[in-house]
Design a protein around this ligand. Structure first.
Ligand code: BT5
Length: 260
């Protein structure tokens, strides 16, 4: 990738600005700093390699050179979007899922922030907020997608199996710039429907483990076990526990695992 080819690829999408780096600590860090200064809505930070790529709770995100997509989009919410910001992770997940579908893959969304291909993690989302007092000034939506086989981390780094688009297609993957274009263009289209049931329904349809037993681990001692029913309208996850009681799992540092 380079700046001029990226500009050309994204020229029809009306993004707010572009910062490209051959190597960077984390695109989210750069985007957070840019968002806190003068970034326009839909500005994009992208790197060919991240040396300090982050997951949630500062877990490491592996982005070796030239093998993956690692980018962050800056969202400056307008008044009509504000009531629906809890759906942003769904918006991002659907955008990645649409790009996968376009290339013949069958994506599932492992709530809240992973995209699975054949049950393995191929992409992750990290959303961070810039506050202005008690209001959201902007959101930084970090997206990492494993494109080539070499982007898949070594097993010992993983708690959940990982894969790449190349592994799942079994052939040369699409160019990273093309995938980026597909994701950003789907993001722009879905954002127009952020407040609609259509978005929540499409998100729910793609949920992994529907009807199956999962454990929702919150990173601490507490665990909820139940079968995945669907989503609430704010995007929280609805499970039914062993007593038939509906349990809502809210966002936070929650990880789903198939229950033994
Ligand atoms: C995520 O966190 O899945 C969010 C990942 C977001 C990465 C993007 S890349 C662009 C932007 N800039 C950043 O610095 N970050 C964002 P979480 O659910 O906490 O999952 C993290 C866990 O996934 C790690 O602890 C590893 O076990 C695993 N992991 C790390 N790298 C991976 C990879 N390339 N593919 C699959 N799994 C990975």
């Amino acid at each position: 990738m380079n700046e001029s080819s990226l500009k050309k690829t994204l020229s029809k999408l009306n993004i707010g600005g572009l910062r490209y780096f051959p190597s960077l600590g984390s695109t989210n860090d750069e985007a957070l700093a840019w968002a806190a200064s003068d970034a326009k809505d839909l500005s994009l930070v992208i790197a060919d390699e991240q040396t300090q790529g982050r997951g949630r709770l500062d877990r490491k995100w592996f982005t070796p050179k030239d093998s993956a997509l690692a980018f962050s989009l800056i969202l400056r919410p307008t008044a009509p979007l504000r009531p629906h910001l809890s759906r942003t992770v769904g918006l991002a997940a659907l955008s990645i899922a649409d790009a996968c579908l376009k290339h013949g893959l069958v994506p599932q969304i492992k709530w809240p922030n992973d995209i699975l291909l054949h049950g393995k993690k191929a992409a992750g989302i990290l959303i961070e907020t810039v506050w202005s007092g008690e209001d959201v000034d902007s959101l930084v939506i970090g997206i990492g997608v494993n494109v080539s086989r070499t982007s898949v981390p070594p097993m010992e780094m993983l708690k959940f199996p990982a894969t790449s688009i190349e592994d799942e297609l079994g052939k040369e993957p699409p160019a990273r710039e093309e995938l980026l274009h597909d994701i950003v263009s789907a993001f722009i289209a879905w954002r127009e429907r952020m407040g609609t049931d259509e978005l929540v329904n499409a998100w729910e349809e793609k949920l992994a483990f529907r009807g199956e037993q999962v454990q929702a681990l919150d990173g601490g001692a507490s665990t909820v076990t139940g079968s995945v029913q669907g989503l609430e309208s704010d995007g929280s996850l609805r499970l039914v526990d062993e007593h038939g009681k509906s349990v809502t799992v809210r966002f936070g540092d929650v990880s789903l695992r198939p229950a033994a």
